[in-house]
Design a protein. Sequence first.
Length: 159
Amino acid sequence: MSEVSGYLLSVVGVVLFSIVLDLILSDGTTKKYIKSIMSLILIFVLVSPLPKIIKNDLDFSFINSSVKLNEEYQNVVFEQQKNQTEKDLEKFLFNEGFKNIKITIWADNLNGFKINTIFVDLTGLVLAEKNQHINKYEAIKILLIKQTGIKEEQVIFND
């Protein structure tokens, strides 16, 4: 970091020195020549770190680490979205009269959150009064298809 601060100080110093010279010198041909010389010096100061940068091997390892962190972040967000979707579907089915259903989602996070399969565990299922005489498999499947937009074969039941 000291190299960067030294570089910035030298640029600021040259700019301030050229401003002071501009204020001190009277108008005329000499002032034009001095401004040209100060412009050249400023260009040399601005370009001076380039040989060091070109000579040294550039280290781009920070890019790989940020990509790794980004992938970890995406995985965490994906898991949170998957878990929240499972809870939302369980709550939705609960409100429709299907209590104690456990939903498990298999999904992809390659191009956003895309549900591949929904596993419905009916081992603890308690039906509401209105759902006692219906085909629970078809009713739950229809509700999940309407809610998520998946295909019928993507809903799998476990008794």
